[in-house]
Design a binder for this molecule. Structure first.
Ligand SMILES: *[C@@H]1O[C@H](CO)[C@@H](O)[C@H](O)[C@H]1NC(C)=O
Ligand SMILES: *[C@@H]1O[C@H](CO)[C@@H](O)[C@H](O)[C@H]1NC(C)=O
Ligand SMILES: *[C@@H]1O[C@H](CO)[C@@H](O)[C@H](O)[C@H]1NC(C)=O
Ligand SMILES: *[C@@H]1O[C@H](CO)[C@@H](O)[C@H](O)[C@H]1NC(C)=O
Ligand SMILES: *[C@@H]1O[C@H](CO)[C@@H](O)[C@H](O)[C@H]1NC(C)=O
Ligand SMILES: *[C@@H]1O[C@H](CO)[C@@H](O)[C@H](O)[C@H]1NC(C)=O
Length: 919
């Protein structure tokens, strides 16, 4: 019983916690005699005190008996010994049954009883509220024998007075006075208190004790004016169990000997209280009580009355009918039937092995009145608390989720009023109910009409607690895995319920990519779709590393990511080379790392300006070869020009740079009408070797495409006299992709026959005397190609600047001096070794003259013009022409020119104005 009280303490302290959480206020300290929430009833041989839960407000409640001015705290052992029975329900309502024959009641002639109790309500702190209850109950219906069975004690009281003493009872006498009179009359009879000489307990073997021993053991033994009272807890040593017609009964059987002056009288006291006899169905509680029990010494008993009560109080047959209670005698049993779940009892939650159970609890009372052989009536009362066995009530988990709302919506229940949801454990963490509601998870308690409740949980799919599983590229399974953490009040028993629900949706929006280029970079924008940044970015070099993230300047916001990849980055592949640009491609793959699904695949190819071939005026050419995607085996350093000894000046794993002069490395030279083309090729000199190695490793693979880059430089002349210039090819000319260069050819006037100094632009007009020599030079400047030969085709003089004007005078015709010229033009050979490239120069001399027509001197000025031709000194044609003595035929010349059309490059040249000095 001590344990029980301890349990109670724990229980109520926890209740305090719960209620404090719920912001209940603690009542202020009360004074004595505050009656609110206290109710007393006299119910026959006992008094019932009810303490309403509103009084205690969840606090610990204790009771004291008052023995005169003395306060006796009702511990469990004292309660059982002295006739008090205390019990409470889950809401905190208390009930105390106090036997009128309890140790402390003031008994007036066995029919007026004053019962004083104190109720102590512990506050949150040390203070406590104390309420005093004083109740006077009148009861004079005492049967010769009364037996009371409560939850914690059995009590039997019997009339102990012979008839003549019983007669005294009719004349009320104060107790003390009566006692004095008794002892005065028979002083020698007082062998001990109450004249009890000895007591013999039957267990069922006999065990004798003196009164003091019995009291010390915990039995309650008193006599009143007319009665002997014996009280025993159910657990005292001299009690025993007897199976009575299938019903276990706890027995206490004592014979008490009173010693009087000349005789010993003895009284038998027997109490027998049922501890079983219950059977249950889902709808009905059946309590069997043996019709004939050990209190009956003979079978000739007649049942005088049979009553039912609830919570210690008799109810009438109308009440019984209303509740569906049945009390009947069936064969040898008194049978009480109580429908399960009626309002006189209550349901209570329990957690056993983390499983939710409920019990139904009710405390019926059975009262029997019988007599044996027409006399010695017995009133027998059992207050019999019934708690059904645990009934499993696994809650239902109902899924109301509507996928379109993108919200899990589940209901778990039903639970009883006393079950509170405390927290929710998701796969990734625990939230209290308040925390969950604060973060957008909706948890509601739904009440049913019968007071039960269920918990509704709504969690958006987007919540981090929802587990998303990508089943395949477009199908997502949303899983809500929750463990509901509950507490059963007021005991604070925890239990949990785990449930899982999932929804499959085809709702994936995959990430997409788009891109642009400028002259240096690819710009890629990734739009995340609805999976977030749940992907890896892969390019030619593999997955994105932190270094490259920085290199590509990756930026992102909630929905997009952008990156800029320079076209020379190794993640870029080269597709094609053009003379002045490179076609490059960036491939970007987004993939999901867990299942290795490709989410998006994007390629962007752009032309980036880049000088691939350069043609310099001095004939030097440079070319850049790049490793293109189609020749994966290419090792740039192994590339060569036509002459395999011409290797790259510089190379790395993707580029080879060549620089070479026009007459070297197998460069070819081709003349068109007005263009000279130099050509070379970049090839994999040992391509065959690479191919064979490759073949050995992967026999089935097709041979690598040959790597073959033709590079051409076109040199062109324009018609501006003596001035160097760049040229461009004519529109729509079907030229291979190549570079263009400049050639500079000049016609210039030397100061003298040494051809070392020349008139410059600012010296014109040059003034000369008539018939003085003019030394002209035609020169190809800058070119370092010794195989180019400069040839003068035609030279002539005009009066006006326009080189097509008349009058005109031929000086050189088809490369030979004009034999018709009176002032014969003279060629001066260029002395080998006097200049680097003698074939690039022509020197000729004329005498200054003037145009005369009809003996009229037109003007004292001339302009000299030449058609210069560049040709390959080793090819036939103009370059190989020899001048015959006689003047060549005009038609012959024409034919030859047609034939050599493509073998040379012609450029018109003009001198500046030369003025004749008349003086
Ligand atoms: C009640 O008080 C009286 C007088 O103080 C005492 O003799 C008696 O033992 C007390 N009763 C109990 C049950 O303590
Ligand atoms: C209360 O009502 C609910 C819903 O109607 C039901 O599921 C539950 O079993 C009832 N509880 C009790 C104890 O009757
Ligand atoms: C959640 O509640 C259960 C049941 O009340 C309890 O046992 C458990 O300790 C709680 N978990 C956390 C993390 O608070
Ligand atoms: C994120 O970046 C993208 C592309 O750069 C842009 O279109 C979008 O408006 C940005 N969104 C926000 C929320 O800033
Ligand atoms: C030709 O000119 C280029 C550019 O000016 C120069 O790099 C190269 O060395 C020159 N080549 C020769 C043979 O002078
Ligand atoms: C010839 O070259 C000069 C100098 O580079 C240039 O200014 C001119 O436009 C060119 N003429 C033609 C017809 O290309």
């Amino acid at each position: 019983m001590t344990t029980w009280l301890f349990g109670m303490c724990t229980f109520w302290l926890l209740m305090v916690m719960v209620l404090a959480q719920k912001n209940f206020n603690v009542v202020p300290a009360q004074t004595f005699n505050q009656r609110t929430g206290l109710k007393t009833d006299c119910l026959g041989s006992y008094m019932r005190l009810t303490v309403d839960k509103s009084l205690a407000l969840g606090n610990q409640v204790e009771f004291d008996a008052l023995n005169g001015s003395q306060i006796e705290p009702l511990t469990s052992s004292l309660a059982a010994k002295c006739g008090f029975s205390i019990d409470s329900d889950p809401w905190g309502n208390y009930r105390v049954f106090a036997s009128l024959l309890n140790c402390f009641s003031a008994n007036e002639d066995d029919h007026v009883f004053d019962v004083d109790l104190r109720v102590r309500v512990h506050g949150v702190k040390a203070e406590q509220d104390v309420f005093e209850v004083a109740k006077t109950c009148h009861y004079d219906q005492w049967a010769p024998r009364e037996v009371l069975c409560t939850r914690n004690y059995m009590e039997v009281s019997v009339n102990r007075l012979p008839e003549e003493i019983t007669a005294l009872r009719r004349r009320p006498v104060p107790r003390t006075q009566m006692f004095d009179q008794w002892t005065n009359t028979v002083p020698e009879a007082v062998t001990s208190r109450y004249n009890i000489w000895r007591m013999v307990f039957f267990t069922p073997t006999q065990k004798a004790m003196v009164l003091e021993d019995a009291l010390r053991t915990g039995y309650g033994v008193t006599t009143t004016r007319s009665r002997l009272v014996l009280r025993s807890g159910y657990d005292l040593p001299e009690t025993y169990v007897e199976n009575v017609n299938g019903v276990p009964m706890k027995m206490i059987r004592v014979t008490t000997y009173f010693k009087k002056q000349w005789s010993v009288t003895m009284l038998d006291t027997v109490a027998a209280c049922p501890t079983g006899g219950l059977s249950f169905t889902d709808e009905m509680i059946t309590w069997n009580f043996p019709r004939f029990n050990p209190l009956m010494s003979s079978v000739e008993t007649s049942l005088l009355g049979m009553f039912m009560g609830i919570d210690g109080k008799q109810i009438d047959s109308a009440q019984m009918t209303a509740r569906g209670y049945v009390l009947s005698v069936v064969e040898d049993q008194v049978v009480m039937k109580i429908p399960m779940g009626g309002p006189d009892g209550y349901y209570k939650s329990h957690a056993v092995n983390n499983q939710y159970h409920i019990t139904y609890n009710i405390e019926p009372m059975l009262e029997l009145l019988w007599s044996e052989g027409g006399m010695d009536a017995t009133r027998y009362k059992v207050l019999f608390p019934i708690k059904t066995p645990l009934m499993p009530r696994p809650p239902h988990f109902v899924d109301f989720t509507d996928a379109e709302q993108r919200m899990f919506d589940v209901l778990l229940g039903p639970f009883l009023y006393d079950t509170e949801l405390v927290n929710i454990t998701f796969s990734t963490g625990v939230l209290t109910v308040a925390e969950a509601n604060a973060r957008g998870i909706n948890i509601q308690e739904q009440r049913f009409q019968n007071g039960s409740k269920a918990f509704r949980l709504q969690v958006p799919f987007s919540d981090a607690f929802v587990v998303r599983t990508q089943v395949d590229l477009t199908v997502t399974v949303y899983t809500l895995h929750v463990t509901f953490g509950f507490m059963i009040l007021p005991e604070y028993t925890p239990f949990s319920h785990t449930a899982s629900v999932d929804v499959t949706l085809r709702d994936v929006i995959l990430p997409t990519m788009s891109g642009t280029c400028d002259e240096e970079k690819f710009y890629i924008v990734i739009s995340f779709g609805n999976l977030g940044k749940n992907f890896n970015i892969m390019m030619a070099r593999g997955d994105m590393t932190p270094d490259r993230r920085a290199e590509y300047d990756i930026k992102e916001n909630a929905t997009h990511m952008s990156l800029a990849v320079p076209f020379l980055s190794s993640d870029v592949v080269f597709e094609l080379m053009y003379p002045s640009s490179l076609r490059a491609r960036l491939d970007v793959l987004l993939w999901e790392p867990i299942n290795k699904w490709t989410l998006s695949d994007f390629s962007l190819a752009c032309n980036f300006p880049m000088t691939m071939t350069e043609c310099f005026s001095n004939g030097t050419m440079s070319a850049l070869a790049v490793k293109v995607e189609s020749v994966p085996q290419l090792v740039p350093r192994q590339l060569t020009l036509r002459d395999p000894s011409c290797k790259p000046k510089f190379s790395n794993d993707r580029f080879a740079y060549f620089s070479f002069e026009a007459n070297r490395c197998g460069t070819t030279r081709t003349f068109y009408d007005d263009v000279v083309m130099y050509q070379n090729e970049i090839t994999l000199g040992n391509g065959l070797q690479v191919y064979q190695q490759n073949k050995k490793e992967v026999p089935a693979s097709p041979p690598d495409p040959e790597y073959h880059v033709t590079m051409s430089c076109f040199y062109m002349l324009n018609d501006t006299q003596t001035v160097a210039f760049f040229t461009k090819p004519r529109e729509n000319e079907p030229l291979p992709e190549t570079g263009f260069g400049e050639l500079q050819v000049v016609l210039r006037l030397a100061l003298d026959g040494s051809y070392s100094n020349f008139y410059v632009k600012e010296d014109y007009p040059v003034v000369q005397y008539l018939r003085s020599p003019l030394f002209f030079e035609v020169a190809l400047l800058q070119s370092t190609d010794p195989q180019i030969e400069l040839v003068l085709e035609n030279c002539w003089a005009t009066l006006k600047e326009d080189w097509n004007s008349t009058p005109r005078w031929d000086l050189v015709v088809d490369g030979c001096v004009n034999l018709a010229d009176r002032y014969e033009t003279v060629f001066h050979p260029v002395i080998p070794n006097s200049v680097p490239y003698p074939s690039h120069l022509k020197h000729f001399e004329i005498k200054t003259f003037t145009f005369v027509q009809n003996d009229v001197v037109f003007q004292d000025q001339i302009f000299v013009h030449c058609d210069a031709v560049l040709c390959d000194s080793e090819s036939d044609g103009i370059c190989k022409r020899r001048c015959p003595s006689p003047m060549p035929l005009k038609n012959e010349k024409k034919v030859r020119r047609e034939a050599t059309n493509v073998q040379f490059l012609r450029t018109p040249l003009s001198s500046g104005k030369i003025v004749l000095s008349s003086s």
